[in-house]
Design a protein around this ligand. Structure first.
Ligand code: SF4
Length: 439
């Protein structure tokens, strides 16, 4: 770099650093983000946000700081619900160069130009099934579905996965294979998912932005297709907070991950390379949303972005604050977002006092006072947890726009899960009637 370029770069970094907390990516998107703050100041450095850990406007990783993305949404569309643009990942080749120079030479054009959303049609819930997923068929047929999850073991123990899958098989429509809890190594979700398939139940493979490059993600989709795993949940993943600090990937945020999967399914082309693929994977694509992110319009805008990016279904963060969730769903329904995607309400099954006490520390979970008091007073946490989960299921299934529930266990003994849903599964569905046509 010659002297003039170095001077330009340094003076730009200094001025933008003072004004916008610039992190020197050399491909400035401040004009897309309301000149609020450099999005690269987000510890995850995601180009679309926020992640699900943003609470009360603060950052999951540094709770003493404001969430960059909550601030951006407020600046760009204060109290509005417009669909945000989808920005590409930052190009590492341009880091620590002058964004002014890159702007005038056009080197940063791709990075600062929002992606074109795919034309996926309207009233997408009414469309015929587009994948081999049985979960998709059930949802499109109007069945109120129940999903839950299996924790991948820390070691190479496929028997553990199969044992859980066999126990839950007849009680749930699909099972998430959670993996890398808190960013720690475990059996990969794709491998656990393949074991779940062998037990005759549908898995939902969890693909995590924290751990996957784009190349690894597309490869995971191919692996899943070969193994008969037809549901993919694209999520950000908790920030690894352990010691020593480790590099976390965030090559994409979850909206971009959804876009990559949908682009491949629709066009048979890998978006980020432009390469055509023979026999591309066609997953039923899910995302996650935290309805309790504030201000209220932030999760609505983020949800709209995920729908536009191509999500078919959403599993929500754990719901304990029913009133806030109902308000969130009122807006989702009023805005017609639920015409295009299936919403599965995330509900807790709390069977351990210790696990319950840890809940307020889980990123994105809000525990209301009356729930804390209820569980503090109980003598039988297991029975209380089952009763609470059942009550919550009854409540959420009556909310317009809800297509099912996703049960998350707070405790160890997964054998209680069938008892939560027995009886409830027999009741007639209140999910909205949708197309029953099959391919
Ligand atoms: S809460 Fe998430 S999106 Fe917001 S600044 Fe922190 S890491 Fe980034």
């Amino acid at each position: 770099m010659n002297l003039l370029a170095r001077l330009l770069t340094r003076s730009e970094h200094f001025a933008k650093g003072v004004l916008f907390d610039c992190h020197h990516c050399g491909q400035c998107v401040l004009s897309q983000t309301g000149y609020t703050q450099c999005p690269m100041a987000c510890p995850r450095q995601i180009r679309n946000g926020p992640c699900g850990g943003s609470m009360d406007g603060h950052c999951e990783v540094y709770p003493d700081r404001l969430c960059v993305w909550a601030r951006i949404h407020q600046r760009v569309d204060k109290n509005g619900t417009s669909t945000p643009p989808l920005l590409r990942s930052a190009d590492p080749k341009l880091f620590f160069t002058s964004s002014y120079a890159n702007y005038f030479t056009g080197k940063d054009l791709l990075a600062r130009t929002p992606l074109e959303y795919l034309d996926l049609g309207t009233n997408r819930k009414q469309q015929a099934p587009q994948t081999a997923s049985q979960l998709e068929r059930k949802l499109r047929a109007g069945t109120f579905v129940f999903t839950s999850e299996i924790r991948s073991p820390r070691g190479a123990e496929p028997d553990k996965v199969r044992k859980q899958a066999e126990l839950l098989r007849d009680h749930f429509d699909a099972l998430n294979a959670t993996a890398y809890l808190n960013g720690k190594p475990s059996m990969p979700s794709a491998i656990a998912s393949a074991q779940i398939v062998k037990c005759g139940v549908e898995p939902i493979c969890q693909s995590v932005c924290r751990d996957l490059t784009k190349t690894a993600f597309i490869s995971e989709l191919i692996t899943n297709q070969i193994n008969g795993v037809h549901n993919s949940l694209c999520i950000t993943g908790d920030f690894y907070q352990g010691e020593p600090g480790v590099k976390q990937v965030y090559d994409m945020d979850s909206s971009l991950m959804i876009y990559e999967a949908r682009y491949l399914r629709e066009k048979g082309v890998i978006f980020f390379t432009g390469d055509k693929m023979k026999d591309p994977p066609k997953p039923f694509i899910g995302g996650a949303i935290n309805p309790f992110t504030t201000p209220w319009n932030v999760p609505i805008r983020r949800l709209k972005q995920k729908v536009a990016a191509g999500a078919d279904f959403i599993q929500t963060q754990v719901i304990l604050d029913l009133a806030t969730f109902k308000e969130f769903m009122r807006i989702v329904h009023e805005e017609g977002i639920d015409n295009d995607l299936f919403v599965l309400a995330g509900l807790p099954v709390i069977i351990s006092k210790k696990a319950f006490e840890m809940m307020p520390g889980v990123p994105g979970i809000r525990v209301p006072k009356h729930v804390t008091e209820r569980f503090a007073q109980t003598q039988d946490i297991v029975q209380e947890g089952i009763a609470f989960a059942r009550e919550m299921i009854e409540e959420v299934r009556a909310i317009p726009g809800i297509s099912g529930t996703h049960l998350m266990l707070f405790g160890i003994d997964y054998k209680v899960l069938p008892s939560v849903v027995e009886e409830l599964r027999e009741k007639p569905t209140v999910a909205e009637p949708v197309c029953t046509e099959t391919e």
